[in-house]
Design a protein around this ligand. Structure first.
Ligand code: 5GP
Length: 207
């Protein structure tokens, strides 16, 4: 595992699972000052409200494939027929100076865990498929056929949550936010206790 005192958190949920609003709220919190969010590359079309460099770096499929050829991704995956990937440059720059939050699907989460075995994988679990469907309809981005496709993908995604470190029930926004902030902010505080102990202190004390 690459040597780094910072922590890496991957957050996943089925689409419509509400992770974007939760992550935005985490970054409004004053405790997030030593956290950065990894911005992925994607070949998907920009949606209304998407901001280049904030939500994603939007690339053509040709440019994305070129970056794959040049081995410029830590991980990449195809989700709903579009490419999504975390560039090595993005992780290198941000993870050196901060704790890093990545919003990835299960394929990306599993890949990251292989590279950084210390990464904490967090899965936001919807209370029911009915609730998920309601959210997908409410966000008004997809046709009824796409919603059905997203729901069947959601089942597959949820079945992958068994290898995650933390499951957060997303039945209530404030409660889910509390759970998430405990995982992110308090586990950092706890690990700070350890990092204040000089590496050779134990050895010196027992000599
Ligand atoms: P959306 O297009 O709705 O923003 O995202 C679709 C899915 O792609 C979500 O599950 C999101 O977490 C996932 N995703 C976003 N960026 C990446 C990435 O860099 N790598 C992987 N593996 N998945 C990603």
């Amino acid at each position: 595992m690459p040597e780094n005192l910072h922590k890496l958190f991957v957050i996943s949920s089925p689409s419509g699972g509400g992770k974007t609003s939760l992550i935005n709220k985490l970054f409004e919190d004053s405790r997030s000052s030593n956290f950065e969010k990894s911005i992925s590359d994607t070949s998907r079309q920009k949606r209304e409200g998407d901001i280049e460099g904030k939500d994603y770096y939007f690339l053509s499929e040709k440019d994305f494939k070129e970056k794959i050829q040049k081995d410029e991704y830590v991980e990449y995956a195809t989700v709903f027929q579009n490419f999504y990937g975390t560039s090595k440059e993005e992780v290198k720059t941000k993870f050196k100076n901060s704790n890093l939050v990545l919003e990835l699907d299960w394929q990306g989460a599993y890949s990251l865990k292989k590279i950084y075995d210390d990464a904490k994988l967090i899965f936001l679990v919807p209370p029911s498929l009915k609730d998920l469907k309601k959210r997908l309809i409410k966000r008004n981005l997809d046709s009824p056929e796409t919603i059905e496709k997203r729901l069947s993908e959601a089942k597959k995604e949820i079945s992958k949550s068994e290898r995650y470190d933390f499951l957060v029930l997303n039945d209530d926004f404030d409660k889910a936010f509390e759970d998430l902030s405990q995982i992110l902010f308090e586990s950092i505080l706890l690990s700070d206790f350890n990092s204040r102990v000089p590496k050779d202190l134990i050895k010196r004390l027992v000599e």
